[in-house]
Ligand binder design. Sequence first.
Ligand code: HEM
Length: 309
Amino acid sequence: MKMNENELQANLRLLQEKFRASGQDMNSYLQGLMHSNYLTYWDYIHLDTLLTLQQPKTSFPDEKIFILYHQITELYFKLCLNELEQIPERSSDADFLLSRLKRLTAYFSALTHSFQIMIEGMEPEQFLQFRMALLPASGFQSAQYRMIEIRATPLQNLLQFELRESTEAAGSTTQLLENIYWGRGAAELLTGNKTLTLRQFEGKYGAEFLRLAEEMKGKTLYEVFQGLPESDRQRTDLREALRTFDRQVNIDWPLMHYKSAVRYLKREPEDIAATGGTNWQKYLAPKNQMRIFFPELWTEQERKEWGRH
Ligand code: HEM
């Protein structure tokens, strides 16, 4: 880019003002600039580090696909959280909400479609062997997945289905978290006790979930929408975007995920146990979980048939 002398002087003056305002000497910074290197792509995105983060536990080549795809998913979850975190800050701006919802649905659409990589992309013989080296770890322990849920809707909507309407389960945030669907779902098949996978998960993230749930009171995506003026709440584009997000997170993605469990773990006469120890056939099917972030945006019939189509 060509810059004439006047522009250069103007920019230098602006820079000088900036440094003066914070009590800094611009000349020293300019000298520093003389010695600093140009930025490279690989340093900027920490590519070398990123590509060292795939460390298989076995020598089956398909294990790398499993690790990489989980990492890709976690990065998409991080993209989602990046949007969700901004929403409470602009809670009265319906256009902003819509623009962020469009990003969220784009991310989840990519996640849902790419899940085919898990369903078709690994040899079952390899999967069934390398998974044994991963016990008792499970995608169940994805904290970002839960944070998306906690930011999307009040905890009441995330209770185990049977408890959702009951006032017994309601109460303090701690009480609500005790009855959250995932805490109830991860019980040992024989004893009904919490699985080791769940105990480890709660040990690491329990306090963080509690803090986040407290912080999100009245500020979840659903509550931000509910707090908008009636004219905004009736906007078709906004309602459609919310419904799409709800369907993607609570039906489309879980269905693809469920299909992967069926592909690898369904066996006659007896299914294979999940690494996280849940009754996965029952637990993972969206029609059993009946998780709905924004209940008022669905008809009674739609809610009844949740995840059945
Ligand atoms: C072959 C691929 C996969 C299989 C067979 C599979 C299997 C399972 C099973 C059986 C569960 C239930 C918990 C348990 O008992 O372990 C589970 C939970 C979960 N997995 Fe996967 N999974 C796969 C890939 C993934 C991927 C790529 C992700 C991305 C992060 C993921 C994220 C999750 C999450 C978030 C849960 C909790 C779901 C819930 O609580 O509703 N899984 N998975």
